[in-house]
Design a protein around this ligand. Sequence first.
Ligand code: ADP
Ligand code: MG
Length: 222
Amino acid sequence: MLDDARPSAEAASTPGTVGRVAGVFVSFEGIDRSGKTTQARMLVDALGSEAVPVREPGGTPLGERVRDVIKDPQTEIGPHAEALLFAAARAELCRQVIRPALEAGRVVVSDRFLDSSLAYQGDARGLGVEEVLEMNRWATEGLVPDLTIYLAVDPADAARRSGEADRFEDEGLLLQERVRDAYERLVEAEPSRFRRVDGSLPPDAVHAEVLALVGAARAAAV
Ligand SMILES: Nc1ncnc2c1ncn2[C@@H]1O[C@H](COP(=O)(O)OP(=O)(O)O)[C@@H](O)[C@H]1O
Ligand SMILES: [Mg+2]
């Protein structure tokens, strides 16, 4: 478990860190089609019953409804509302699913988490990384992943992969390049939490690296 999640006299009085005992929280991040869903599934399969898979936005009744709204191209959403919707879904996911799972000592595997908001809304959409982080800290009551695996893939290569098209992918390569640059800055700014993995490797090779990283994070948590 990382410093900001480790139980201590100080942490015990900080909302959001209470009860973080034995569980490990792993998130996958990266541009669209970088392989997040593929790798999250492979990790969940490898962990078996210890794993609690979650996806963003979603994972709760509210979150799934928010997901439908966000992904619906017929519904116009400004950048501020979009950021708030993601944060609302995330707040509910933390409260209903992630926190209870961590308290029960499980391994939470999240397909995207708050860094997606920082990269897309904060940086690429221009709302400001600090502002979006502040709002999300409030929404999640300070819950941060122990390990965030960033799958680094060239946006042009990712675009050639087949996959689900959504609001963001429709906006094309320029947005994906901005998001990639945003992620690179986040990884550089927080090297203790992020691990950068070459997502252009074959899925099995990426998975082997993921397993090693998760194994190290679990060893650090006990
Ligand atoms: N390491 C990889 N190399 C090549 N193609 C991949 C790799 N990982 C996933 N893919 C393929 O790329 C597409 C997008 O993968 P996906 O896991 O859905 O990405 P994301 O969830 O990041 O958008 C899928 O068609 C998937 O089969
Ligand atoms: Mg996906």
